[in-house]
Design a protein around this ligand. Structure first.
Ligand SMILES: [Zn+2]
Ligand SMILES: [Zn+2]
Length: 96
């Protein structure tokens, strides 16, 4: 599934959904903006791709940072589990 981008301007509160990240607000020209990519889960929930592993709060499906569906955690081997949940990936959610 192709991910999309949710744009938010903190200067004028303008919000929109676009294909790509935008670094300037089309409404007020402000640069204090926030982009977050997301996909729409099969269940209709919007999943924000803010970390290496993103879980749907409604149905529990897992997606990686590219919006690709992952196998349920129970099917992972230990190395995969560590790659996704290990301490090196603490950094979640970036503000631009
Ligand atoms: Zn704006
Ligand atoms: Zn879901």
């Amino acid at each position: 599934m192709k991910s999309r981008n949710e744009f938010y301007c903190r200067e004028c509160n303008h919000e929109l959904v676009s294909e790509h990240r935008m670094y300037e607000c089309p409404e007020c020209g402000g640069k204090d903006v926030f982009n977050s990519s997301f996909i729409t889960c099969g269940c209709g929930e919007r999943i924000y791709l803010s970390s290496h592993t993103n879980e749907c709060y409604r149905c529990g499906k897992l997606y990686n940072i590219f919006g690709e569906e992952l196998a349920p955690v129970e099917e992972w081997d230990e190395d995969d589990y560590y790659d996704c949940f290990g301490p090196q990936n603490e950094e979640v959610g970036k503000w631009f």
